[in-house]
Design a protein around this ligand. Structure first.
Ligand code: ZN
Ligand code: ZN
Length: 753
């Protein structure tokens, strides 16, 4: 049949459906109008789309993932110029609360929306549709006699009776029977091949009933009356958004209290997110979880396998109940049925992400809870001042655990005045500490020596010319590591072999090592106690979770006499035989130039002290210091935390600093020092003028050069009700930034280097 031209159809083509898609590509703000990374695409007539659908589109000659934010027939761009949507993922559409959360994170951090979106769409194989693969399942059992088969064949048949068809490799690994047996069984007609999707999705009901029965069969543990009371108080809060600060001394059993909340939510079929500052090291925490719940939580961090990531991402997005425990990045999973969020050790500086998107995971978790309309619990023994002020103003519920769990009592805290008891040159253990250690080792008690300095010595100085050995691409001193025989820059990570030759005057054997690191302290301990078993806990000696778990176990079982550790030992662990903690340099951190130096020292020392005497014996904490009258140490000694907080809060108030005011830091960096100086000079002459808002700078950053880039910063101080982002945005948009310069915006900065 010949085609006849039909002019009436040509003149009025059916309107195409247009989707507004946000693409997972960072398009930087504020030099662009399109801060949302949003573009129009044409929807083919066969595609079914709704808000939240994950789609594949072509963008700048690449095929990338994006999310549909809106669908309609109107667009300002001519339809013929638009590209089509290439495919739709069979993942469930992302829910509204998550989409809105991503939006708010982008607005708060001022990071491009596409960069935030990429954090959620970081699991490509969860987005791709599943390709059917060859699976193996049971043929009709009536066709053969099971009892006459070999033991291994019977094993396969028994397994297949209770499971859906799976690929051969899974069948082999589940039953332990060889691949050739599987093939032989197909030939004999006992198994059949089926082409199927490998993702045999459990339905939500099945997930819930398996979690429920695991909880029911898990051993019940006894809570103290105080814990029961705290758990009741948390669980009393109505469903909906609320923030509680679970404030308990170390060893008071906060974990078990929030476990009760998590349990309640799981039994109601909901999802829970638990954030831990260092998930990779959380082996003992995970064991406690398993004991309490009878199932394993979904552990989320960058190191887990792609297959696991896919399963967790999909189940979370589909609304399956369950518990995700993870580091910061777990916040960006597409939770669709969130019942509670826990931020454990909420005061930890590790929650602040300092690279790419700069955000504080605790603050973003509160935002997440708000959008999901669920409760959030911040747990800690030493609240951050930010949370403390919110408790004082009645914005957060305050739940206190004042007693240590079980029989343990609070440790006795003593300072050792290093001006009176000065150790010999090049030694770090004072006389009073030494005699106490001798006594304890005789009665089979464990000792922890705490020194927050990695490596052997923090300073390598030339005795000929006096030059301190430093990194060639950063303003940073090189740290000597004896175990690896290297000089390392802790700023950029670069390492070079230690050759005892000065980098400046080239004199050999002239390098003197100054100050202690954990390796050097260990050397002293080996000399003093040659019989003792000593272990070093630091990120240089323990590089993977398995090794960490093994070491922790040997400490728990009492195989180690003396533990030497950096801040890595400060939290979480429960060492029953540990009765003495000695802080080798109690002054480290007290005099640091940054805003939170004192607060952070207090938190760290409290955590370390909390390691001591967690069982029947009372623990002792020694703090070696040249400044025993410092308010932080006095507060620790008298165990009057709230008095210390009041003191610190008053200092912040009088200095106009957070948590009373809000800070924002903007760092501009470039390899080209002149271009940078030029640009910041122009910016400075266009500083916006507002009452109450101060803009300091430009000033060279304390570490002026990192990895070769020069760094200059502005610091903004504003009242909390001021929209600081808006000020930064309009100021920066007014002057085009050269492409050789990078800008990093840090709202509520923690790092002032
Ligand atoms: Zn460096
Ligand atoms: Zn020299």
């Amino acid at each position: 049949m010949a085609m006849s031209p039909d002019t009436s159809i040509k003149n009025t083509p059916p309107p195409s459906l247009i989707a507004k898609v946000r693409v997972s590509v960072p398009i930087s703000m504020p030099n662009t109008q399109n801060a949302k990374s949003e573009f129009d695409y044409v929807v083919g007539s066969t595609l079914k789309l709704e808000r939240g659908c994950v789609v594949e589109v072509s963008f700048a000659n690449r095929i990338i993932w994006g999310v549909v934010y809106e669908c309609n027939y109107e667009t300002e761009i001519e339809h013929s110029k638009l590209k089509p949507i290439l495919s739709v993922s069979n993942a469930s559409p992302i829910n509204n609360a998550t989409l809105e959360f991503l939006n708010q994170v982008s607005e708060w951090t001022m990071a491009p929306f596409g960069q935030i979106l990429r954090m959620m769409l970081c699991v490509p194989n969860a987005l791709k549709s599943d390709v059917p693969v060859m699976c193996y399942g049971l043929s009709s059992p009536a066709q053969f006699n099971v009892e006459q088969l070999s033991a291994s064949r019977q094993k396969i048949i028994a397994w297949c009776q209770h499971n859906p068809p799976v690929p051969a490799n899974i069948l082999v690994s589940e039953t332990g029977v060889s691949y050739s047996t599987v093939l032989a069984m197909v030939k004999a007609g006992q198994l059949k091949k089926i082409e199927a999707s490998p993702r045999q999705n459990r339905d939500i009901k099945t997930t819930l009933s398996s979690l429920t029965s695991a909880i029911r069969s898990a051993s019940t543990l006894n809570l103290s009356p105080e814990q029961i009371h705290a758990a009741q108080k948390i669980n009393e809060t109505e469903n909906g958004f609320s923030v509680a600060l679970l404030d308990g001394v170390t060893g008071s059993g906060k974990t078990e209290v929030y476990f009760e909340l998590v349990k309640k939510q799981i039994l109601q079929g909901r999802q829970c997110l638990i954030l831990l500052p260092e998930i990779v090291l959380a082996t003992s925490w995970v064991n406690r979880f398993k004991k309490w719940f009878g199932f394993m939580p979904n552990i989320w961090h960058s190191g887990i396998s792609a297959g696991k990531k896919k399963r967790i991402w999909r189940e979370i997005n589909d609304g399956h109940p369950g518990v995700v425990v993870g580091a910061r990045s777990a916040l960006f999973l597409p939770f669709s049925n969130l019942g509670a969020i826990i931020v454990d050790e909420e005061h930890e500086a590790g929650y602040k992400q300092e690279e790419q998107v700069i955000y504080h995971a605790r603050d973003m978790a509160i935002l997440r809870a708000k959008h999901a309309d669920c409760s959030i619990v911040l747990a800690t023994a030493t609240p951050s001042l930010e949370s403390w002020i919110n408790v004082r103003k009645g914005r957060y519920q305050h739940i206190i655990l004042a007693n240590r769990y079980g029989v343990a009592t609070m440790p006795d805290i003593q300072t050792i005045d290093l001006r009176k008891f000065k150790p010999a040159f090049g030694k770090w253990i004072s006389e009073p500490l030494l005699s106490d250690m001798q006594h304890r080792l005789k009665s089979d008690q464990q000792i922890l020596l705490y020194l927050n300095r990695r490596g052997y010595a923090p300073l390598a100085v030339c005795s000929e010319c006096g030059v301190k050995q430093s990194c060639h691409q950063c303003d940073s001193l090189l740290v000597t590591h004896r175990l690896s025989n290297q000089l390392r820059c802790h700023q950029c990570g670069i390492a070079r072999p230690f050759q005892n030759r000065c980098q400046s005057c080239w004199q050999t054997n002239s390098i003197q090592l100054v100050g202690p690191g954990v390796e050097r302290l260990a050397e002293e301990v080996y000399q003093l106690f040659p019989e003792a078993s000593v272990t070093i806990l630091s990120s240089d000696t323990l590089t993977n979770p398995a090794q960490m778990a093994l070491t922790i176990k040997s400490i728990e079982e009492g195989e180690v006499d003396i533990i030497i550790g950096t801040q890595m030992v400060a939290k979480g662990h429960h060492f029953p035989k540990l009765t003495c903690v000695a802080v080798i340099d109690g002054d480290l951190g007290l005099s640091g130039g940054d805003l939170r130096a004192s607060e952070r020292t207090y938190q760290l020392l409290t955590q370390v002290a909390g390691r001591s005497g967690r069982e029947k014996q009372t623990g002792t904490v020694f703090i070696q210091t040249a400044e025993p009258t410092h308010p932080v140490l006095q507060a620790l000694k008298s165990q009057n935390r709230d008095a210390y907080f009041e003191l610190e809060m008053e200092m912040r108030r009088s200095a106009d600093m957070p948590p009373y005011k809000r800070l924002a830091a903007i760092i501009y960096s470039s390899l080209n020092e002149l271009a940078l100086a030029d640009y910041v000079k122009t910016l400075a002459s266009h500083k916006p003028q507002f009452e109450d808002v101060q803009i300091f700078g430009p000033a060279s950053a304390p570490i002026y050069q990192i990895k070769g880039r020069y760094r200059v910063r502005f610091l903004i101080n504003a009242p909390k009700q001021v929209n600081i982002q808006k000020i930064i945005k309009s100021w920066n948009a007014s002057i085009t930034m050269p492409s050789t310069i990078r800008r990093q915006i840090d709202i509520d900065p923690y790092n002032f280097m």
